[in-house]
Design a protein around this ligand. Structure first.
Ligand code: ADP
Ligand code: MG
Length: 255
C-alpha cells in the first residue's frame, strides 16, 4: 500500500522558485489501480519521481505498507515506466528489455533468457533482435512495459503511457494492460489526460489543479472487477466520465 501524505515540492530558489506540489495526499491500496489526471505542468511527473525515490520531498511523507520508506528503498519497490520509452536505439529490443535485470546483478545470458521467454506474451515474439526504431509505437510501449515488468515490482507507476499513440493502438494497449495487470493482481498509479482511460482502468481517480499541484477532487470508480476497457462502455461508466470531464475542464486539462 502506498500513502502520500501532505507532500510539498519546489524547484529553484528565491525569484526562480517554482512550487510544483503543495500538500498532495493520496492512497493506493494493494491490488488497486488509481489514476491521476491534471493539466500539463501541474506536477504529475514530479509526484511520480518522488514516489519512485528519484527525488526527495521538501515536506510531507511517503509511506509504503504503513511505514515511512526512504527514497533508496522506494527505488527498489516501484516499477516506473517513464513518459518517454527510454529504449536505447543502438541496443536490440532484447538487450534493452533485459537491461534492468542485468543492472540488478543477473548475468547477461540469464537475463536475456528470462526476457526472451516473455516476448510472445507481450506481443513481441520475433522482434528480439530488431532495434527499437524498427518497432511500431505500440510495440515500443510494450517493450518498455516488459522491461519494467521483468523487475518483478508489484506496484507500477505509469506516466502517460499511451499519450503518444493513435486511438486504435491506445485502445488495444489499454485492454492489454488491464488484462495483464488484473491477472498479476498488481497495484498501479497511472497518470493520464484521458477521462475515458482513467475510468476504464482505475478504481479511483485523483484530479489535480494547475501549479502548484494540489488534489482538488477524488472520484471513486465503483464498476465491476475484473476491470476491462469494455467496463467504460456501460451507462454507469459514462456518468463517471461526464463528471470527470466536467471536473478536468474546470481545472483546465487539455485532452
Ligand atoms: P506534469 O508532469 O504535470 O506536466 P511536471 O511535474 O513535469 O508536470 O512539472 C511541474 C512543474 O515543475 C513545471 O512547472 C515544471 O516546469 C517544473 N519542473 C519540473 N521539473 C523541474 C526541474 N528539475 N527543475 C525545475 N523545474 C522543474
Ligand atoms: Mg509529465
Amino acid at each position: 500500500m502506498l500513502e502520500v501524505e501532505s507532500v510539498d515540492k519546489a524547484y529553484g530558489r528565491g525569484d526562480n522558485e517554482v512550487v510544483a506540489l503543495s500538500g498532495v495526499s493520496l492512497t493506493v491500496g494493494d491490488g488497486e489501480f488509481a489514476a491521476l489526471v491534471g493539466p500539463s505542468g501541474c506536477g504529475k511527473t514530479t509526484l511520480l519521481n518522488l514516489i519512485a525515490g528519484l527525488d526527495d520531498v521538501d515536506a510531507g511523507r511517503i509511506l509504503v505498507d504503513g511505514a515511512s520508506a526512504p527514497a533508496e528503498e522506494r527505488l527498489k519497490r516501484f516499477g516506473y515506466m517513464p513518459q518517454q520509452d527510454m529504449l536505447f536505439p543502438w541496443r536490440t529490443v532484447l538487450a534493452n528489455v533485459s537491461l534492468g535485470l542485468e543492472v540488478q546483478g543477473m548475468n547477461r545470458a540469464d537475463a536475456r533468457a528470462r526476457a526472451a521467454e516473455m516476448f510472445p506474451q507481450f506481443g513481441l515474439g520475433g522482434f528480439e533482435h530488431r532495434r527499437p526504431h524498427e518497432l511500431s509505437g505500440g510495440m515500443r510501449q510494450r517493450a518498455s512495459f516488459l522491461r519494467t515488468y521483468l523487475l518483478g515490482r508489484p506496484f507500477l507507476l505509469l506516466d502517460e503511457p499511451f499519450g503518444a499513440l493513435d486511438a486504435i493502438t491506445r485502445g488495444q494497449l489499454q485492454a492489454w494492460l488491464a488484462e495483464t495487470w488484473n491477472r498479476i493482481g498488481g497495484s498501479a498509479l497511472l497518470v493520464t489526460h484521458d477521462p475515458h482511460e482513467a475510468v476504464a482502468l482505475s478504481d479511483r481517480v485523483y484530479v489535480m489543479s494547475p501549479r502548484p499541484g494540489r488534489i482538488t477532487n477524488v472520484l471513486e470508480v465503483d464498476l465491476p472487477r475484473p476491470r476491462t476497457v469494455r467496463a467504460a462502455e456501460t451507462e454507469a461508466a459514462h456518468r463517471l466520465i461526464d463528471v470527470l470531464r466536467h471536473e478536468t475542464e474546470s481545472v483546465g486539462v487539455d485532452s
